[in-house]
Design a protein around this ligand. Sequence first.
Ligand code: PLP
Length: 430
Amino acid sequence: MQENVPHAGRGEAGGETIPHWHDPEGEAMTIVEGEDATVYDDEGAAYLDFVSQLYCTNAGHSNEAITDAMTAQMERIPYVSSAKGNDVRDALAADLAEIAPGSLSEVYFSISGSEANESAAQIARTVQDAPKVLTRWQSYHGGTAGAGALTGDPSTRSTVGRYAATTGSGKFLPPLPTAFDADSPADLAKQAADHVEFVIRNEGADSVAAIMMEPVGGSSGGYPAPPGYFDRLRAICDEYDVLLIADEVITGFGRCGDWFGIDTEDVEPDMITFAKGVTSAYAPLAGVIADDWIGEAVREEGYDLGQTFAGHPVACAAGRAAIEEYESHLIDDVRELAPVLESRLTELADAHDAVETVRGRGFLWSVVFADPETGEPFVHPWAADADEAEENPVAAVREAAAEKGVLFGSGRPDVQILISPPLCTTREEI
Ligand code: PLP
């Protein structure tokens, strides 16, 4: 029997078809090449990659500035122990401190977004001497044990549910219109923030180290917070001595039109976690950027987050080159083209009865669908995975788009398509 093995494309091993390692039924497409906002499958078909693979190839595919920087680092020295100094790693840490808001300047590298969130949670527990890190229901913060416990997406429960309850992580409702009976965005902001205060008080403020959330909900549905929500959360965190952690794994590095999604809210978090776009996904790299005082406190505790591949020099070289690309033009390009993307999506919404809402920011948008006959979503907005409709027309929209040569993402629950093009996407491609 043919084993499922990692392989770049089908039919390439002595003429034999090798199933996709993750997809034994062979349903997923096999992507073998890419350039800028376009990817190509193993039969040569081109697709506009309007999901940046997994919301991560922010600078687009095959960017030469990034690949050249990685090659140069490979030739100098590919790897240096994470316990030693390294010029490119130190320089990237300085770059990150420079672009992070306010006094966030202590950088702790890790390899994946899941580990970055685990690190942030552990740092919060250490410096606050409290066990709980509270997150939103329906959020995604990663799949490892600790990050899986932070994740509030019920569809991941089958893998993380058994131990999630043991790791000190409570949940609160996201600021979505479906979660509160609010009559305006300001009312929604107030109700949703008051609810977070209620949860902190009821968990016991002394037991809560931090709250963690995405500035713009990513795989949970591409939604920005209503104006005023983050201001109020910052005030609540200060009042109860709870840290505010922004998970910027998707929203960072130009995705929402700023260096970080939280920049738009004009609120300073205590920590930011990052991954994906930091290297434009050219190599795995992630981490935490913490406020100065947190760095001091971590040093006093002697807490060591060291991982062998944390801050890998080739990934750091990719990160420096990607940041240069974002800085030199890509963030400006997003600011210029985001209104174009928004107005084209809004036109779609106006023309189709089944489109309920279009929402997002920068180059992170979602088109939310509802049954035109009943006005109800095709799956319940609080659906856990098992409740999702078997024949969900939203999935059919994605499939039809792929047939027409455009790739979109899916959110949980599956009531929307997510649109997250590379930042180098042109006006014509939009
Ligand atoms: N945080 C958010 C908001 C994410 O969307 C993801 C992954 O998609 C993660 C954390 C986990 O990152 P990784 O897949 O790199 O472990």
